[in-house]
Design a protein around this ligand. Structure first.
Ligand SMILES: Cc1cc2nc3c(=O)[nH]c(=O)nc-3n(C[C@H](O)[C@H](O)[C@H](O)COP(=O)(O)O)c2cc1C
Length: 218
């Protein structure tokens, strides 16, 4: 998959999945890259991961499959890279059938310690739906307060996204099981090998725990 500086304004590939991220401090980029990687592992023929400000919103009706990964800033505000895009979507002349050919899903990154938790993702999901697009799956809302961070919600959400895409458009996502269960490989092969072994019978508590030996693989 590729990062493009600008989305093509003419005819899109019939089987491409566009992943648009809106991020202020980088988490939504990481999440979007993971979504892109999983889509690729699942056999998606064409995946593009783009910042929202690289995508011309007037091209939205040309797309068939899009995933939006959106973080929250300020007091429930969208990240800077989403502001113009959002302003465009609020235009009055866009009708209820404007996005009738689009299938989409939204994942938000936020923090439930804020009153306006995940507002941009919630509003974007509703607006795109009101413009006639169809949800591939219900929106997912990540929360910094979760013990696993936003990934606590992203994991199950992705599984449901891939299952739904596979059911409705198997040519876009032929292999659900390859898309999931790849998380440990995201950073590439481990650079160290971890070997656990038991210490000899010890009386001292500090000796009785397993020892951890890390040896460089290269
Ligand atoms: C200055 C600041 C303001 C934030 N405001 C909100 C907020 O109003 N609502 C919310 O749900 N999360 C809020 N968050 C949490 C972020 O949305 C969350 O940490 C997210 O993972 C950031 O993603 P990003 O790195 O892609 O921008 C805020 C975070 C920061 C640093």
């Amino acid at each position: 998959w590729s990062h493009l500086p600008m989305a093509p304004s003419s005819s899109p590939l019939p089987g491409r999945l566009v992943i648009l991220y809106s991020s202020q401090t980088g988490n939504a980029i990481d999440a979007a890259e993971r979504v892109g990687r999983e889509a690729e592992h699942g056999g998606c023929p064409a995946v593009e991961v783009l910042s929202t400000d690289s995508f011309n919103p007037s091209c939205l009706p040309d797309e068939r499959f899009m995933i939006f990964i959106v973080s929250t800033m300020g007091q429930g505000d969208p990240p800077d890279s989403m502001k113009d895009f959002w302003k465009y979507l609020l235009r009055n002349h866009l009708g209820v059938r404007w996005l009738k050919g689009l299938h989409y899903a939204v994942f938000g990154l936020g923090d439930s310690s804020y009153r306006e938790c995940n507002f941009p993702a919630i509003k974007l999901d509703q607006r795109i739906f009101d413009l006639g697009a169809k949800r591939i799956t219900e929106r997912g809302l990540g929360d910094d307060q979760h013990s696993l961070g936003y990934e606590g919600e992203l994991d199950p959400w992705l599984l449901s996204l891939w299952k739904s895409l596979n059911r409705t458009n198997p040519s876009l996502l032929p292999r659900v099981s390859d898309a999931s269960h790849r998380k440990l490989n995201i950073l590439g092969d481990a650079k160290v090998e971890v070997i656990y072994y038991s210490a000899p019978q010890a009386t001292d508590i500090s000796d009785s725990v397993c020892h951890l030996l890390q040896t460089p693989r290269y």
